[in-house]
Design a protein. Structure first.
Length: 191
């Protein structure tokens, strides 16, 4: 536990060196963590580092929300939802999703990144492809199309899973929404 606390403090200190103005709250938590650690208050230091880590997760989530497209012509988009999981939960990661609606049809886009879940699903996608699942190329990416749940799945940069799923939406609607995802930004965020 102490090693993790010290490691987080070192990472955070390196991160703050070139941080923008939002880092004030982050820096405050780090300062409080250092003070608590110096006073042998390991619980307090851990709490402050956890709060600083929470700020980073919030900022990462904000970065990821921009990869989801606005509504296409004639469609309405709901608010973007998302979570940035703590390191202890499922190995960390980010999940963002958004639902789009038009005349009783809906399309839902979900992206999971930087999570061990992606590696697991990647293996499933490879297995589906091997047993003859329908694949297609959309926006230059190999996509597995599953008729049984009317969804498309793709792995980007071996670290992000994109799922586009429709209800009463056409296959062309799914393709259009897949093409509208900012995949270049996903690749940038994964570097």
């Amino acid at each position: 536990m102490i090693v993790r606390t010290l490691a987080l403090a070192a990472i955070a200190a390196a991160f703050v060196a070139g941080a923008p103005a939002w880092a004030d709250d982050f820096s405050d938590h780090l300062d409080k963590a250092r003070s608590a650690y110096a006073a042998h208050d390991l619980r307090g230091a851990q709490r402050e580092l956890g709060d600083a880590e929470g700020l980073i997760r919030q900022l990462r989530l904000k970065q990821w929300k921009v990869v989801l497209p606005d509504a296409l012509d004639g469609w309405k988009a709901e608010n973007v939802e998302g979570t940035a999981a703590a390191m202890a939960m499922l190995g960390g990661g980010v999940s963002v999703s958004r639902r789009y609606r038009k005349d009783g049809a809906s399309v839902n886009i979900e992206i999971i990144a930087d999570s061990p879940i992606v590696a697991s699903v990647s293996g499933v996608i490879k297995m589906l492809t091997a047993v003859g699942a329908e694949t297609m190329t959309v926006a230059g990416h190999t996509v597995v199309y599953r008729k049984e749940d009317h969804s498309m799945m793709a792995i980007v940069a071996d670290k992000a899973l994109i799922t586009v799923k429709g209800s009463s939406a056409s296959e062309d609607d799914l393709k259009s929404y897949f093409k509208a995802i900012n995949i270049a930004e996903i690749e940038k965020l994964l570097k």
